[in-house]
Design a protein around this ligand. Structure first.
Ligand code: F6R
Length: 260
């Protein structure tokens, strides 16, 4: 796990933007795994800017989103379809036929989930997966206790996550109880995982994920078993890391050829 602590979420997001940009230069038909929520917003602004100003090309890119609320259609302002269109897709040139987001209105959820897994495989697997982290250590919507081998499926949100996400709705009661989410195993199949974490409220889950024991009680801790994870965080979310100075030192020594 590479832990990169930046002074601000903005500089961390700019770094993540360069990782995406480098990937697309090396592999124009890359497959991106995408997250929603507050965390990746600055990254999406960054890549939108790279597209607009430097011509970063998404015309051959395929995308798969991590999750969607069950019961919300694409027109619902709190749906992840709406979010992605608003914050990323309408600003770049990714063809809509290459965009995949779990269907919150799927009639047959298990069949949909099986098809989603197959679509990821058919696309050649995910090259770079963007992740945020929940205050309870979830990735995607794999809440504590999720099987570390899980695949795309329905999950029930914890009340903590529903409360955390109530800010995107009128009230907590409106936050759906169920979601479709890629599984932990699905996420772990990505070739490169970029975990973003910003703000004091993520400090405890970041410390548990990066330096704690691997446990299904902190689903993000399984990332310790992945061969290529880049954790990009700001000072506030890194504030409970015991080895923060070491991570800073390693980053300062990073050879130029490893920089994006
Ligand atoms: C969103 C997702 C979630 C969020 C996490 C953090 O697609 O999969 O795991 O990344 O809940 O949310 P924010 O960024 O809003 O703090």
């Amino acid at each position: 796990m590479e832990v990169i602590i930046q002074r601000t979420s903005r500089s961390a997001s700019a770094y993540a933007g360069r990782l995406v940009s480098r990937l697309l230069q090396e592999k124009p038909a890359a497959v991106l795994g995408l997250a929603t929520g507050e965390t990746p917003l600055a990254l999406y602004k960054e890549v939108t800017g790279l597209h607009r100003e430097e011509g970063l090309d998404f015309s051959n890119v395929t995308t798969f989103n991590l999750d969607e609320y069950l019961g919300l259609g694409p027109e619902h302002p709190a749906s992840y379809h709406f979010f992605m269109h608003e914050h990323l897709f309408r600003h770049i040139n990714v063809p809509s036929s290459r965009i995949h987001i779990p269907d919150g209105l799927a009639k047959n959820v298990p069949a949909f989930c099986e098809g989603y897994e197959k679509a990821i495989l058919d696309a050649g697997g995910i090259d770079l997966q963007v992740l945020g982290i929940g205050t309870d250590g979830h990735i995607g919507f794999n809440e504590p206790g999720s099987s570390l081998a899980s695949r795309t499926r329905i999950k029930t949100l914890t009340n903590r996550t529903r409360e955390d996400n109530a800010r995107f709705f009128q009230s907590t009661e409106e936050v759906p109880h169920h979601v479709i989410t890629m599984g932990v195993g699905t996420i772990m199949d990505a070739r490169h995982i970029v975990l973003l974490a910003f703000g004091e409220r993520k400090a405890a889950s970041v410390a548990a994920a990066v330096e704690g024991p691997i446990t299904a009680m902190v689903p993000a801790s399984i990332l310790q078993m992945h061969p290529r994870v880049t954790c990009l965080m700001d000072e506030a979310s890194a504030s409970q890391l015991k080895r923060a100075d070491y991570y800073r030192w390693v980053f300062q020594q990073k050879p130029d050829w490893q920089q994006p």
